[in-house]
Each structure stands twice: as structure tokens, then as C-alpha cells.
Write a protein that binds this ligand. Structure first.
Ligand code: OOG
Ligand code: MG
Length: 254
């Protein structure tokens, strides 16, 4: 199958919330080709009127790499329909087997088109926030290879961003938790994200430049989960609390 046809398969699976076999079972493609499949599938969303609202980093913590058995950093794209208001809800019927994970999110204040140093990253951000990412692999049993997950836009399916805090907020060594109905189900530290979430932003600037993806002022960047991800069930309220950044939550509806 060609890259365009593979992009249609992952896009259809996401739109219909219906799991598919891993693409690499019957197709052989490189990591660069996997990123091309991702881009082509996102282009389909943009053609339908969605907007690119930011980028996300994945596998920036040991906990995530161990949980998913994948050992390389990945990046994906976030679109407007994935954005859920803090305190809002998602509807279970639009997902296959969603999981939630606690993250830190950056808001870009300037366009970026090259790899930045950490100090430069700080000059290109005007807000940081606690956030939750909902990931929903389009592959059966949430199982994939590195090439598969990249082609599937790194499982991105929804994000919830808390109140923006000043960019100067110290991000090192902050306790991060994911709560289900108020009970802590996963716990880590902001240092679990590449030892410093700013390093995730720096890696994003490098990877985006490498793949020709512009980062624009106003876009957001999800730094990656600090802990393993937790499966969602209808009726739950999911929240994340990041020390100094506060809490963010959403409800899981039918
Ligand atoms: C891939 C996405 C990983 C993160 O924060 O590490 C990710 C997956 O686990 O399905 O978003
Ligand atoms: Mg994530």
C-alpha cells in the first residue's frame, strides 16, 4: 500500500473509532515514511476544516517507554477538534480504548523554525499549564511498533489544558498526579519528563525543524506524560494536579 492509502486507514480508524491491525504487519515503511503518513492523515483533518493548534512530544519519560515497550522520542500534531475545555467532557463513543496521562503544556509566543537552546525556548513561551492528554491508539489492543505509533499521530486524540501560569514558573521537581474520581492513580515528577520539561520543548524544536513543521505563535506544545497512562471508563472524572501549576479535569460521558 502507498503512504496515502495508509494515511486513509489511520484517519478512518480515528474517525470511526474502530481499531485496525498494526500497519507494519503487512506494510514495510521507515520512520521518515511513518512521519509522512502522519502528515498526510493530518492533512485530511485540515481539509475537513480542523486547525493545527500545536504539537505533542511522546515517550519523554521512562514510565511511558516501559509501559508501551517503545524506546524513542516521538512527536505528533494536535488539532482543534482534540481540544477539550478544562472541566468539560469527552464522549466514550468517539474513542476506541482511551487512556489519560498527566502532562505539562507550553504556549508559544513566537514562531519557531529551527532548533532552539533551552534559554531560547524560554524566550518563545508565554505560558505554562498543567494538562491531560487522552491517547487512543487506533491499533488493536493498544499495541504498536515505533513506526506504527508515529503513523497513527502518536495516539493523539484529546487534550485538556488547565489555567495558564507565567512562563517563569519553576518547572523542576514538581509533583504530578493523575486522579480518577479524586483518587490518585498515577504519580510522578516533572523531572520524569527528560529530567526537565524544557528539554522536551527543545527536542520538539529540533524534530519540528528536521521534519519541516513550523511552530507558530499561539500554538501549544504538550511535553509528554510523566507517568504511565490510565484506561478510562464511562462516568469517571479525570484530573491532573501539577504542583505550582494547579489542577485540570474532564468527565468521561457515554
Ligand atoms: C503514544 C503516545 C505517547 C506520551 O506522552 O508519552 C505520549 C502512546 O503511548 O500511545 O503521548
Ligand atoms: Mg502524551
Amino acid at each position: 500500500m502507498g503512504l496515502k492509502e495508509l494515511a486513509v486507514l489511520v484517519d478512518d480508524a480515528a474517525m470511526q473509532a474502530s481499531a485496525i491491525e498494526q500497519l507494519t504487519v503487512k506494510n514495510d515503511f521507515s520512520i521518515d515514511e511513518a512521519y509522512e503518513i502522519q502528515k498526510l492523515s493530518i492533512d485530511k483533518r485540515l481539509e475537513r476544516g480542523e486547525e493545527l493548534i500545536g504539537l505533542k512530544m511522546g515517550f519523554t519519560s521512562e514510565a511511558k517507554m516501559v509501559q508501551m515497550g517503545v524506546h524513542d522520542m516521538i512527536w505528533g500534531r494536535l488539532t482543534s477538534t482534540m481540544n477539550v475545555a478544562d472541566g468539560g467532557s469527552i464522549s466514550m463513543s468517539k474513542f476506541i480504548h482511551p487512556r489519560a496521562e498527566p502532562e505539562v503544556c507550553f504556549r508559544l509566543s513566537k514562531d519557531i523554525d529551527r532548533e532552539l537552546t533551552i534559554d531560547e525556548c524560554k524566550e518563545h513561551v508565554d505560558g505554562v499549564a498543567a494538562a491531560i492528554e487522552v491517547i487512543d491508539s487506533r491499533y488493536e489492543n493498544f499495541k504498536f511498533s515505533l513506526a506504527d505509533v508515529i503513523a497513527d499521530n502518536c495516539s493523539s486524540s484529546a487534550l485538556v489544558i488547565g489555567e495558564w501560569k507565567p512562563m517563569e514558573t519553576e518547572l523542576s521537581d514538581l509533583r504530578m498526579t493523575l486522579e480518577v474520581d479524586g483518587v490518585v492513580e498515577a504519580e510522578g515528577s516533572s523531572n520524569d519528563i527528560l529530567n526537565d520539561p524544557w528539554r522536551s520543548m527543545q527536542a520538539a524544536t529540533r524534530l519540528a525543524a528536521q521534519y519541516g513543521q513550523k511552530m507558530k505563535a499561539g500554538m501549544v506544545l504538550m511535553a509528554g506524560a510523566a507517568t504511565n497512562a490510565v484506561f478510562l471508563k464511562t462516568g469517571q472524572t479525570i484530573s491532573t494536579t501539577v504542583e505550582s501549576l494547579g489542577s485540570v479535569s474532564f468527565d468521561v460521558k457515554e
